[in-house]
Design a protein. Structure first.
Length: 160
């Protein structure tokens, strides 16, 4: 019986590590991107945008994988159906709703901003389209974080 317990603890740790990577990256990335954008310097803004792309690929995507594999794995090891207890179902609905916002709105805006940033990285003018996408990215990024924060509470309190 020690092995299943150790496996559960390892999967739970993987899950929590993924949460830290995912939620930490999506919150802090927006924070430092705002400060880069406020400089008004095209090279700084372009560099900040490039880092958003890199950190999202490494930390956000990596965090998503760890959250899901660790969470589903831990539930299965505990003998829980991944969708049966209400708190697990709601946690996944919240997780997926955030992901849907990212996939439908944020990633396309981020791709457009990254392309624009490459064009003005050497000091060229920053197009209005970049700033429109930037405002959209920030607004919907905050909206997409709300379900993640609620999912954390659901996982901790486990309401039925």
């Amino acid at each position: 019986m020690v092995l299943p317990h150790m496996l559960f603890e390892a999967l739970k740790t993987m899950h929590l590590f993924g949460v830290v990577l995912l939620v930490g990256n999506v919150t802090i990335t927006a924070f430092w991107k705002v400060f880069a954008d406020r400089t008004g310097h095209p090279a700084v803004i372009a560099f900040g945008q490039r880092l958003v792309t890199i950190t999202d690929f490494v930390f956000t995507a990596g965090g998503i994988v760890l959250v899901y594999i660790g969470g589903v794995g831990a539930a299965l090891v505990q003998g829980l159906h991944p969708f049966a207890p209400g708190w697990l179902l709601w946690g996944q609905i919240l997780f997926l709703s955030s992901g849907a916002i990212w996939a439908a709105i944020l990633v396309p805006a981020q791709i457009r901003m990254a392309r624009a940033a490459r064009a003005f990285a050497d000091g060229g003018p920053i197009p209005d389209s970049y700033w429109r996408d930037n405002r959209r990215w920030l607004f919907w990024g905050v909206v997409a974080c709300v379900p993640l924060f609620v999912a954390i509470a659901v996982m901790v309190f486990k309401p039925q």
